[in-house]
Write a protein that binds this ligand. Sequence first.
Ligand code: PMP
Length: 380
Amino acid sequence: MDLFDVYPLVDIKPVRALGATLWDDKGQEYLDFYGGHAVISIGHSHPHYVQRLTEQLQNIGFYSNSVRIPIQTQLAHKLGQVSGYEDYALFLCNSGAEANENALKLASFHTGKTRVVSFKGAFHGRTSGAVAATDNPKIVAPFNAGHAISFVDYDLKAVSEILQGGDVCAVIVEPIQGVGGIIMPSDDFLQGLSLLCGAHNVVLIADEVQSGYGRSGKFFAHQHAGIRPDIISVAKGMGNGFPVGGILISPALKASYGLLGTTFGGNHLACAAALAVLEVIEDEHLLAHATELGHYLRTELLAHAGALEIRGRGLMVGIKYGFPIKKIRDKLLTEHHIFVGNASDPAVLRLLPPLNITKAEVDRFLAALYALAAEKIETV
Ligand code: PMP
């Protein structure tokens, strides 16, 4: 059987990785400034992470949610403590799309309403419900057409007008748009949005699947604006490569048996991976590190990258050029052996290095980028 051919693939076969370094089957070394779409938060194969997963696998790898799984409770406590959401509850699933599906469903159950407000350029996943909350026509299937979704700009007046219709269950927002090109709604906007949702009894969902887990320098990117959303969806960096996702749920939303469900969500191995990530974030002070190195990286880029704009916070960085970045991205990989990402906007280079990236590794990336800028690579 062949693989279903839906991804354009570069001809590199990584076989080993440590920290921000990957090696392919020919022994070539690569620097990872992308972490497989923001997944690698504490670095590849971190020793503490490997140890926790290995020990867990030797004891029990999986049993279903029909029994008590102590490590789930341990994870919920630790996540509450590290994130500052001790009074919220945790529902565990397996991916970002699933987290958003559950968040939207819960909001709809809670309010008895169906309309969702989402923002232009947003990305919330590719499953049926979540896909309906994105405006990318390429990934919206015909059956999604029935959903009542309103797409708006970051404009409080526009949101307010829709909320006055009285049929909205949720507003879903990425505190920093990832796939869209590292676009940040202002802190004022997020504060206004939170107030509006509160006033209309609408559930505010912060999609922190990409921007969460320390990526922005705070545990959650919305914490820069000082708001407390009703539901926060997480995945990607949560498991550092092990598929795990979840939603953090405000005490105002009540649980009942059968409301949400999953087979694999919160399995022993996923919880071991997620706990290891939180322990490393805490032990290695990765929020402070991401703030510091993110500041250094953006300051350098502002001065020397020759870009139109440097976007983002912490180690979630977008470099907006005045031309498509495809050639820069290709040359960084083939000539300098550095992985970086792209975005829906073809002129944005997306950087999502591990949170424990070193200054020497940042300097190596910058030197490569400047070398390409000196070659005036965009015109090649
Ligand atoms: N939300 C955001 C903000 C994302 O960036 C992504 C993935 N790019 C998703 C949801 C979907 O996550 P997953 O691919 O794990 O389903």
